[in-house]
Design a protein around this ligand. Structure first.
Ligand code: HT7
Ligand code: ZN
Length: 853
């Protein structure tokens, strides 16, 4: 398949001003009639339209059928010869037939449990009708839907309807990837919102009958998002109606189609008994994210898909700001950084590394990555840190004013900041083009009066980028005295050379630096620092992020030793520091839960590698168990006391305070269970659970302990919830994640035999195969290769059905070079099996190809 390159971008030969669509819906033979109002844009040339899996019935220009020799039809395009086109504007009418039921890729128009729905980002519209399917073609749309379905929806405002038909009009020009259509037997949960200029907007969440009582939280999150965007960014909603539809079969989390967001049901539906606190948090964040796209993505869109971070990085940054305002910035930042490190740092360090703005791709769906999204958001956070909050606000105002209604580039984005601040941001812009995570080394000098801090930056080569240039890195730093007082409060140092020295004069003593406060840049800090200093900062740093960071660094230091020498002893100072933290009355429970949690197994494996070793996943798993057990032993009495005190008899509420207390209680339950071979407390926790959070805290502990009671609990949860897919997903996931690594592959293989393992449903596939490969790390990497074989067998089966989801999960192999020779050979052999498949999708082919390169 061809490589698409940013450097090949050309303006479209024709623009489309308006689109009329008529759909006569049928599960296997839907007719689509399109009428495009076209305008020449770059001089006389052929008109190239995209079209895939379409049956062409007819084409007309200005009401006249085209001669056969004026058309070239291929598997993926329809080309109309230049001399068959009039000189000025023209209308192009096409009739096509498509098969929604046969569309298992969940891209284009497809069916989910009898309901019609669409997914057009990035290139799904071309599976609906012939169209120049590129985001720089922005048009208004009028849509008529004909079918017997009780509910028929499309973008914009409803204009008319009658028995068997409905019409919609979207007055805002939009790219085709934002088109949406939904039809089916749905009910709506309704509310309204009064905008800042006093307009009343109807709000509707469409779900299947029976789910209406689970929409309240999503609706509340939507109204809070709408208000927040008005108050913080001055952005008002722009249609009379805002709709969300929950769909069970969906490749990703949600989609921001204009006025008609389509969501994976798991990010809409919530009630105490089916959703965990984490689900509530994700629902809030994703509702906000999709809503915020209305301005950052829809009103101002991307010129081409290389600019994806323009909308995604900015929208992630905005949803993180929102969630911080709702839930507390310290905990939000720690959660965001944990995610960034787990997914984006991993990507940046391996064969799939690419810049925030990639320069080439085979399949754009493979570039909806942690780098584009999460690193893209970090880049915006750094820009805001560097220019200041006030200039950021002015730049954003200018961005909305200057570019409303346009399809833009990263150059346009940078230019508004340059114009507002009068500074040249050319060097900063390297963050968009240079892949890899910079490593920062730190050197300190103290002459009795002046403290000198020397920072060095270095970025390792990444695929296609052997040489790296210095980046502009904001280093938010403070200095502490030996009594814990702040000798120098937070200041942003700007590191923009390979090496730089910063001087601090007139200090009474050699300070202890607290660097990259709030994680002010997405870098790896390589600072040789003693555990005593880590313990000091853990106890004294005024920056909550770095306080957490120091506990993590201390734990990682011990874990990397334990993972290579199982006999080594555990420093009592670490255990004492954790005990002090647990008893600290000034810290909030959600923060405590994070600070008392140990790093992930991947973090431990990385730490072993940093120390020059090759990590054994099982030894890393055991090291975590040992340190966890030692912590539990050291804090035994206190843990139980605080665990009991956190028992809340009141009804479940999903608010951040209650959720924070539950997360601390869950962490303490995990510690208590380390000391109880019969996991009595976890059994009681489960028996008294009146909400899914409590169930999901206890259940994995029973599974991990291999207790027969786990089977009983799983049986009774299954019986109660076998008709609820979202609960069943958790039921499957708990087993795939918590089954001890030694026999996880067999247990997961058995789960795939379960009659409810509907593998064509992405949520179900991910909750079994995805969770096993990504969250049961020691089980997946079992030395005999059973985990690799299981994943590969399933990827081979899924690829022809759903390439997008297959390609995403094939990323489980991206770290293959980090392992010992035996595991490398096993992973390589399995990847080769995929690569050799006849008819392999370009999605999976590209991912495996890049991993193997
Ligand atoms: N902009 C959307 C990204 C997306 C997507 C969503 C659902 C299914 C397939 C998809 N491909 C790309 C989601 C977002 O970032 O908000
Ligand atoms: Zn998005």
């Amino acid at each position: 398949p061809p490589m698409i390159k940013l450097s090949d971008y050309q303006a479209p030969a024709f623009l489309v001003r308006h689109v009329d669509l008529k759909f006569c819906l049928h599960p296997t033979a839907t007719r689509v009639f399109s009428r495009l109002e076209c305008v020449p844009n770059t001089g006389k040339s052929a008109f190239l339209l995209n079209g895939e899996e379409l049956q062409l019935i007819s084409v007309e220009i200005d009401g006249k059928p085209l001669a056969d020799d004026a058309l070239i039809l291929t598997e993926t395009t329809l080309e109309i010869a230049a001399d068959a086109l009039p000189d000025g504007d023209f209308t192009l009418c096409c009739e096509t037939e498509i098969n929604p039921e046969g569309n298992t890729s969940l891209d284009g128009l497809y069916m989910s449990k009898g309901m019609y729905c669409t997914q057009c980002e990035a290139e799904g519209f071309r599976k609906i009708t012939f169209f120049p399917d590129r985001p720089d073609i922005m048009a208004t749309y009028s849509v008529r839907i004909e079918s017997d379905e009780p509910v028929m929806l499309s973008n914009g405002n409803p204009t008319a309807s009658g028995p068997g038909w409905a019409e919609w009009h979207d007055p805002w020009p939009k790219p085709s990837y934002l088109f949406a259509l939904v039809a089916g037997n749905l009910v709506s949960y309704d509310d309204s919102f009064l905008t800042m200029s006093g307009r009343e907007v109807g709000l509707k969440i469409y779900v299947r009958p029976g789910d209406k009582h689970r929409c309240e939280y999503a609706m509340d999150a939507l109204k809070r998002s709408m208000r927040w965007d008005e108050q913080v960014y001055g952005r008002e909603y722009d249609l009379d109606l805002f709709m969300i539809v929950a769909v069970d079969d969906f490749n990703m989390g949600a989609m921001e189609n204009k006025g008609l967001n389509i969501f994976n049901s798991k990010y809409v539906l919530a009630s105490a008994e089916i959703a965990t606190d984490r689900d509530y948090e994700l629902i809030e964040g994703i509702i906000a994210h999709e809503y915020f796209h209305n301005w950052t993505g829809n009103r101002i869109t991307c010129r081409d898909w290389f600019q994806l971070c323009l909308k995604e990085g900015l929208t992630v940054y905005r949803d993180q700001q929102f969630s911080g305002d709702q839930r507390g910035h310290a905990v939000q930042r720690i959660d965001d950084v944990k995610m960034l490190r787990a997914r984006q740092f991993r990507e940046d360090a391996g064969p799939l590394a690419h810049p925030v703005r990639p320069e080439e791709y085979i399949e754009i769906n493979n570039f909806y990555t942690a780098t584009v999204y999460e690193k893209g958001a970090e880049v915006i956070g750094m820009l805001r840190t560097l220019v200041g909050a006030e200039a950021y606000e002015r730049a954003l105002t200018l961005y909305f004013q200057r570019h409303d209604g346009q399809a833009c580039t990263i150059e346009d984005w940078i230019k508004v900041f340059e114009d507002v601040t009068g500074t040249d941001l050319a060097q900063f812009k390297r963050w968009y083009s240079q892949a890899g995570t910079p490593r920062i080394s730190v050197k300190e000098d103290w002459d009795g009066n002046t403290y000198m801090l020397t920072l060095t930056q270095k970025t390792d080569p990444t695929p296609g980028q052997p040489d790296k240039q210095p980046l502009v890195i904001p280093v938010a730093s403070g200095l502490l005295g030996s009594d814990g007082t702040e000798l120098h409060s937070t200041e942003v140092l700007v590191l923009d050379k390979a090496e730089q020295t910063y001087r601090f004069e007139g200090l009474p003593e050699k300070p202890i630096p607290s660097l990259f406060r709030g994680f002010s840049a997405p870098v790896i800090v390589e600072r040789k620092i003693s555990n005593a200093e880590r313990a000091f900062l853990l106890a004294n740093d005024t920056d909550p992020f770095n306080k957490w960071e120091m506990g993590r660094a201390y734990a990682l230091d011990l874990l990397s030793v334990l993972a290579t020498d199982a006999e080594s002893t555990i420093e009592p100072d670490f255990l004492n520091a954790m005990a002090t933290l647990l008893e600290d009355q000034t810290l909030d429970p959600a923060f405590k839960a994070l600070a008392l949690s140990l790093p992930s197994i991947e973090d431990v494996m990385d730490a072993v590698r940093q120390g020059g070793g090759t990590p054994d996943p099982m030894a890393c798993y055991d090291a975590l168990s040992r340190l966890d057990t030692a912590m539990a032993g050291r804090m035994k009495g206190t843990i139980e006391q605080i665990y009991n005190a956190l028992d809340n008899d009141g009804p479940y509420t999903p608010d951040p305070q209650a959720a924070g207390e539950r997360s601390l209680r869950g962490r303490l339950l995990g510690l208590i269970s380390r000391l109880e071979p019969n996991v009595e407390t976890a059994m009681r926790h489960l028996a008294h659970a009146d909400n899914m959070t409590d169930i999901m805290q206890a259940l994995p502990l029973l599974i991990r302990a291999g207790r027969p009671e786990a089977k009983e609990a799983l049986g009774s949860i299954y019986e109660s919830w076998k008709h609820n897919d979202l609960v069943l997903d958790k039921w499957f996931a708990a087993q795939a994640m918590a089954t001890p690594p030694e026999h996880a592959a067999e247990a997961v293989a058995q789960l795939t035999e379960h009659p409810d393992f509907h593998w064509k449903n992405p949520n179900r596939f991910r909750s079994v195969i995805g969770v096993f490969a990504m969250a049961n790390v020691a089980g997946f990497h079992r030395a005999d290769g059973a985990g690799y074989k299981l994943l590969t067998d399933w990827l081979i089966r899924l690829d022809p059905v759903n390439p997008q989801t297959t390609a995403r999960l094939a990323g489980a192999f991206e770290t293959w070079r980090n392992f010992d020779d035996g595991r490398q050979a096993l992973m390589l052999g399995n990847m080769q099996r995929i690569a050799d498949l006849k008819g392999l999708s370009k999605d999976t082919g590209e991912i495996i190809g890049r991993i193997l390169e």
